[in-house]
Design a protein around this ligand. Structure first.
Ligand code: ATP
Ligand code: MG
Length: 435
């Protein structure tokens, strides 16, 4: 027979284990190593950048051999990943980053490269000591300022930008062999060049850029490019097709895995939200409402849920409260800006006729949840003002898929909306089209 004291000592740990197991089942106490904050709309850097280790390792591995083209739908985290590589170089690379958005001329690309190189003390000497025209542009830069120097350089570069671009790169290559150039929004630049100078100028730029990547004098330069609009459509539009980028390894960036997504939701609620214990049902509700765990959408719902908790002075986050926030706040008029670009881009990206058809097809998929490819083809034909072209339809569908509006299911040949949030938003604000 056990003495009473020993019995208490034996029972106590057993009770503790049972209670702990019970707690584990319904509640998650997070001891987050990482403490990410909300960065809705900004580049996720440092602690705010969640995960993506596998993708980043993959990119570096590929860069050992070749340049990389990052592909992902809008708002999936391409720029954040690019910036991470920029800030944390590996393999002995120096990194240069620039955003090509808002530039319209091929010489803008050369000027941006030059300015980035010259702004980095490691390359400054190599660049400035080479060409007379370059020295002239950057003379007295302290006096005239970078913006004026940029304009002066653009004037110099305009004639023969191809040779001058190559000269800058080859002179840097003499002292720094391994440079990783990270160019965000390259497809937009190509589109802008085509709009301003016509398609042949965009083709010329693409051919030149390909030659640079292949040039035997620049064997260890690498290029990591990406952008928020699909490249295929643009290449087709300007008439080069994929051959001008076929040396890139394409790396697709997806949503987080379920496990990463759940971890991220917890870390946000505990870290920035200050909630000590987060119930698993609350996490599951967020995951369910968001659909594929895209960090941008997770942040929007988590942040709006926390704001509502504070407003209503609640201390716990329940699935019912999250559902309320989803319909009331996330899809509410005040949050329109979060999703507006998904709508706007159809107008910016396509000709008015194609934008109208694209809008109609996306709406059809949103309404029906799943829609057969054949039905959509019929709809496409019905709305086309020109002679309907099957390849134009296929290319439009691929584009809409790339842009994350819809996803194709091979098994039953149907399209569905890619995320619950976007579908709900689309139906709420854009379901006014006459059938
Ligand atoms: N790894 C991450 N961790 C945390 N948040 C992230 C992460 N990646 C992306 N985000 C969130 O998603 C938003 C969009 O990220 P980012 O700008 O990197 O995506 P993108 O794919 O470049 O978007 P776009 O297609 O509009 O250029 C960011 O503002 C940030 O809130
Ligand atoms: Mg981006």
């Amino acid at each position: 027979m056990q003495e009473p004291e020993r019995r208490v000592l034996t029972i106590y740990p057993i009770c503790y284990i049972i209670i702990s197991l019970y707690n584990c089942k319904i509640m998650t106490e997070v001891r987050a190593v990482q403490n990410p904050g909300f960065v809705i709309g900004n580049i996720a850097k440092g602690d705010d950048m969640w995960d993506r280790k596998a993708e980043i390792d993959h990119i570096w591995k590929s860069l050992e051999k070749t340049s990389v083209f990052l592909k992902a739908p809008r708002r999936f985290g391409k720029t954040s990943i690019m910036f991470n590589l920029f800030e944390n170089p590996r393999l002995g690379y120096e990194t240069v980053f620039f955003d090509a958005e808002g530039r319209n001329d091929p010489e803008d690309f050369v000027v941006a490269l030059a300015v980035d190189l010259i702004s980095n003390s490691k390359f400054k000497k190599a660049v400035i000591s080479t060409k007379k025209w370059f020295k002239e542009a950057f003379q007295r830069i302290e006096e005239i300022g970078l913006a004026t120097a940029r304009l002066k350089l653009k004037d110099h570069v305009r004639q023969g930008w191809q040779d001058k671009g190559f000269e800058i790169l080859s002179c840097v290559a003499e002292s720094h062999k391994k440079i990783l150039f990270i160019i965000d929004e390259l497809p937009t630049l190509i589109q802008n060049i085509a709009t301003k100078h016509e398609n042949h100028a965009a083709c010329e730029f693409l051919n030149w850029f390909r030659q640079i990547r292949q040039h035997p004098k620049l064997p260890e330069f690498r290029w990591l490019v990406g952008g928020s609009i699909g490249i295929e459509y643009i290449l087709e539009k300007v008439g080069t097709g994929p051959r001008t980028i076929n040396d890139f390894e394409i790396i697709n960036i997806g949503a987080f895995s379920g496990e990463e997504g759940r971890g991220y939701v917890k870390a946000l609620l505990v870290g920035d939200g200050g909630i000590k214990r987060v119930s698993n049902v609350a996490i599951e509700k967020i995951m369910e409402l968001v659909g594929p765990p895209v960090p941008y959408f997770i942040q929007i719902l988590a942040s709006e849920s926390l704001k509502a908790m504070e407003r209503l002075r609640r201390t716990t986050l329940t699935p019912e409260a999250i559902e309320e926030v989803f319909h009331g706040q996330v899809l509410g008029p005040a949050s329109k800006t979060y999703f507006m670009h998904y709508y706007q881009r159809l107008k910016e990206y396509y000709t008015p006729g194609l934008a109208r058809i694209a809008h109609r097809l996306v709406l059809e998929v949103a309404r029906c949840k799943r829609k057969g490819k054949q039905d959509l083809w019929r709809l496409f034909k019905a709305h086309s003002t020109e002679k309907p072209d099957e390849s134009a339809f296929n290319s439009l569908m691929t584009d809409l898929e790339n842009d994350f509006y819809i996803i194709y299911n091979y098994a039953d040949k149907t399209y569905g909306f890619s995320t619950n949030i976007l579908r709900a938003w689309w139906l709420r604000y854009h379901d006014v089209e006459v059938v």
